[in-house]
Design a protein around this ligand. Structure first.
Ligand code: HEM
Length: 448
């Protein structure tokens, strides 16, 4: 008898310390492990999207595969549901209120629903997990977006111009002192956006190396099918970011300053965000603020190195940096894909898309749609309609920081070319091994 009574309490006590690792394992399995198995199997059967998601070489250069997708028509089936490489179809989906970002999980098998609930952990939530506005539909999306968009109006963005210039010049002065080959991503392309967003969010710039390290690891969670080791590194980074944010919020509640996060933590009760909403919103701003713009700058330098006449035209004022930024965003988009789900049965590209169907939009492919951009693989900073690209998405989720990113791109590149007109790529740039985000991890250059 005594044995039975004694063991009744024991399993819980034994299991408690295992709950964290068990939750992590379930989170990984349902979000990455199962999709990886499924995508690999689809890839072996020849599914184009499965191949794209599982083959690192295709991730490195997806553009030929995008053309194969395009050849199948404006909307085709794949292992990820429907997919499109078409500019007008992607644009229609993004602008339509018949599509949303939320996923109705009621149709999912019970075990999947259980795994999603069990694995849910706010302390490890990534930028694409609810209640991040990126994956939230109205009315909550409207509420979050309104709170942050005040800081990104054209006037507020323009007011950042002197700060961006000052930061760029300071970084370039540091570069002046360097000899030999330099990794331009680490020394410049990553530093500029992280310093700008730190300023905007009132976070201490001394922590910037932490942000860069955390951001680099966490960015991988945007991709489906991460191997366990990379997922664990990403989760560790996310936990560190949430711990940092909790301390940052507490500090600003005690001593609010004149920045966006101070405003968010001191909202009147009627407007106040819950703790989870606050974490999701600021984590997204911090991550989106530098994880994408670094790619714009790096991609631009590599493209302009390969098109030296255009670098010279820009440097001497014969072409404009604003236009160059648009063309870089178009031809090598820092965010390659996004997705939406049909909220009801909807007509799209001549077929009926049943409610609940996922449509993956390859923005990087839509931006090379030959019906919109003649000779789409040709890099041309004078292209008259480059700005029609979908690199910042469209509709209600259109990038809130687009104006700031454009400014950082134009100022950052103009200042770089003015200071180092003879800058050349030296050696082989290394791409980040990511699917959703596209850019360089290492970019060796000589400055003189
Ligand atoms: C070159 C740089 C950038 C690119 C290519 C980019 C791209 C994007 C894209 C494609 C989306 C929408 C994704 C979707 O529709 O599913 C988005 C949303 C967003 N971006 Fe950016 N972004 C950049 C820079 C920035 C910056 C600098 C910030 C902030 C300071 C920022 C903040 C956001 C936020 C908060 C959202 C969510 C908007 C919403 O869901 O309503 N982004 N961005």
């Amino acid at each position: 008898m005594s044995v039975t009574t004694g063991t009744a309490a024991r399993p819980e006590a034994v299991l408690r310390p295992l709950a964290g690792p068990a939750r992590t394992a379930v989170r990984w399995a349902v979000r990455h492990g199962l999709p990886a198995v499924y995508l690999s199997r689809s890839a072996r059967r020849g599914d184009l999207v499965g191949r794209l998601m599982r083959d690192p070489a295709l991730r490195g250069d997806p553009y030929e595969l995008y053309e194969q997708l395009r050849a199948r028509g404006p909307l085709s089936g794949s292992s990820l549901g429907l997919v499109t490489a078409s500019h007008p179809v992607a644009q229609d989906v993004l602008r339509s209120d018949r599509f949303g970002v939320g996923w109705d999980r009621t149709g999912a098998p019970r075990v999947i629903r259980w795994a999603l609930d069990f694995g849910d952990d706010p302390a490890a939530a990534g930028v694409a997990e609810p209640p991040s506005m990126l994956v939230t539909d109205p009315p909550d999306h409207t509420r979050f977006r309104r709170l942050v968009s005040r800081a990104f109006t054209p006037r507020a963005t323009a007011a950042f111009e002197p700060a961006i210039r000052r930061i760029a010049e300071r970084l370039l002065e540091d570069l002046e002192r360097r000899e030999g080959a330099v990794d331009l991503v680490h020394a410049y392309a990553a530093q500029l956006p992280v310093l700008v967003i730190a300023d905007l969010l009132g976070v201490p710039v001394e922590r910037r190396e932490d942000f860069l390290r955390w951001g680099a690891a966490a960015a991988a969670t945007l991709d489906p099918g991460l191997p366990l080791r990379r997922y664990l590194a990403a989760e560790k980074a996310l936990r560190a970011m949430h711990r940092f944010l909790a301390e940052h919020f507490a500090r600003l509640r005690r001593e609010p300053a004149d920045d966006l996060v101070s405003r968010l933590v001191t909202l009147p009760p009627a407007e106040a965000l819950t703790d989870r909403e606050l974490h999701a919103t600021v984590l997204l701003l911090l991550g989106a603020g530098f994880e994408t713009t670094v790619n714009l700058l790096g991609n631009a330098v590599v493209l302009l190195d390969a098109h030296r006449d255009q670098w010279d035209a820009l440097r001497t004022g014969a072409a404009g940096w604003d236009d160059a930024v648009e063309e870089v965003l178009r031809i090598d988009s820092p965010v390659q894909l996004t997705g939406r789900s049909a909220r009801s049965d909807v007509e799209l590209a001549g077929r009926t898309v049943p409610a609940g169907t996922r449509v993956t939009l390859f923005l990087g492919a839509a931006n090379r749609d030959p019906d919109v951009f003649p000779h789409p693989a040709r890099f041309d900073v004078m292209r008259p309609n480059a700005r029609e690209h979908l690199a910042f998405s469209g509709g209600i989720h259109y990038c809130v920081g687009a104006g700031l990113a454009r400014l950082e791109g134009a100022i950052g590149l103009a200042a770089l070319s003015a200071r180092f007109p003879a800058l050349r790529v030296a050696g082989r740039p290394q791409r980040r091994d990511l699917q959703t985000l596209r850019g360089f991890e290492v970019l060796p250059v000589t400055l003189r």
